[in-house]
Design a protein around this ligand. Sequence first.
Ligand code: ATP
Ligand code: MG
Length: 571
Amino acid sequence: MATKEQDPKTTEGEEISAPTNFVHEIIDQHNQSGRFEGRVHTRFPPEPNGYLHIGHAKSINLNYGTAMKYGGKFNLRFDDTNPAKEEQEYIDSIIRDVRWLGGDWEDRLFYASDYFQQIYEWAVQLIKMDKAYVDHQTADEIRALRGTLTEPGKDSPYRNRPVEENLDLFERMKNGEFPDGTCVLRAKIDMASPNMNMRDPVLYRILHAEHPRTGNQWCIYPMYDWAHGQSDSIERITHSICTLEFEAHRPLYDWFIDQLGIYHPQQIEFARLNITYTLMSKRKLLRLVKDGHVSGWDDPRMPTISGLRRRGYPSEAIRTFCERIGVSKANSVVEIGLLEHCIREYLNEHALRRMAVLNPLRVVLTNYPDGQSEEMDAVNNPEDPTAGIRKVPFSKVVYIEREDFMENPPKQFFRLAPGREVRLRYAYFITCTEVIKDANGEIVELHCTYDPATKGGDAPDGRKVKATLHWVSAAHAQRAEVRVYDNLFTKPNPEETAEGEDFTVNLNPNSLQVIPACYIEPALAGAEIGSRYQFERQGYFCVDLDTTPDKLVFNRIVGLKDAWAKAQQKG
Ligand code: ATP
Ligand code: MG
């Protein structure tokens, strides 16, 4: 995680100013006024009702990064207050993902359910203060009396029942005497408040459901607003950082804590991350999984942390992205191109280069001795001299990319064509002498000659070529499956649909392209799952977990072309 200040440089090396972080400005003020005695203690509070996505990464980075910046502490706390939707699978995946992103909670892994007893006792305290009551209205009736933004609400007929009666009823709610939905506990605040959240919000509902951690111990469960601030208070969180939709809940957060007279954290709201061509709603992501639009939560096209990890996105680059976008109060949509730019920038520095031919065309070097092979020196990473060189075998038959040859090339096409000379990277200059076709007129093979004097890729007579092609020796090539991904949605805003349609109409039918038979250089044999490479001239690729000892499978992480950086340069 971002423990030290990042050097915010673009690929062009031009300095960009560090993004502002208003949260840190607030903390600086608190440190000056002594409000928390200089302490900074944050938390990340996921509800285990789905897998984490890149939006959560922003929150983790902000919470953990802030704690580190100020020498403070960071907790991971599950907001597990709704057993109807929460599962152990989600808890496990969230723990794995936060750790992978670099968040370190040390020994402070907590669950809101750890505090159920305390939160219950605080509810009893509110009842005793005549600040909470048991309401027998149905959910619909409660809604009907709640009023609107322009009209005040009306008091529940149960609002003024005596404290003793409330205490008795609430205890019986807890003891399981009432079926689901028969009554709730509500705070007694103000049905006419201009803030809808203050109109006697529900604190507890009855839910006879088994909880992943507390089993059947409880049949009443606290609502988010009632559990959250109190959990923050118990953990002595200083800055309770959440997304903007909770801004209007802050008066309620403060009200509960003030009524109870307990330790008071500061809630601070920031704008959630949105990215073009990407959905961030857990409910909708769950739909994609459940309806089989993707292969699972970790489908490499998903914006989930597990999907991005499987795709090959490095956590370091995700963190850089989170730093670059900054933290603000204004909602905005970040271009997917910026995320991809950060991924490329990292991989350009760190990924080993390899040659792989995705769409092979056979090339026979007619003047190369039959049965001969030799080893060429190839640079592992021009950005990193310590990565060294490797040997790449070369022989009479090689594969090149089908797109690198044209029989009748237009003016701007500089690659291989009949009669034309090009360079095979790290090997020789070759000249195309003959095009071999099948009965349907399809090109099946090229015949070329090579110039032995150009070994290593340069001509001693200074002769130039206009193109350098990657290649793989046919006799030495390994086969691999390559999966190429595009955006999961066709629209920048996947939610933009016609009346009556839902977001699935915007799914991109071409988001996954499987290339079953690619040829890769032998150095890639046995590449470990999760390892990342640059396939020269193609992009960055990661070994997928579908790989078996007999079959290598690669995901394309991202292509080489950086349209985002180009657009930035043009301004
Ligand atoms: P929901 O509450 O609808 O299930 P959620 O995405 O808010 O979805 P939580 O598990 O409550 O899920 O989120 C945990 C934390 O992550 C919260 O503090 C939330 O504000 C933050 N968070 C969620 N989505 C984003 C986002 N897109 N950008 C930044 N932070 C986010
Ligand atoms: Mg939430």
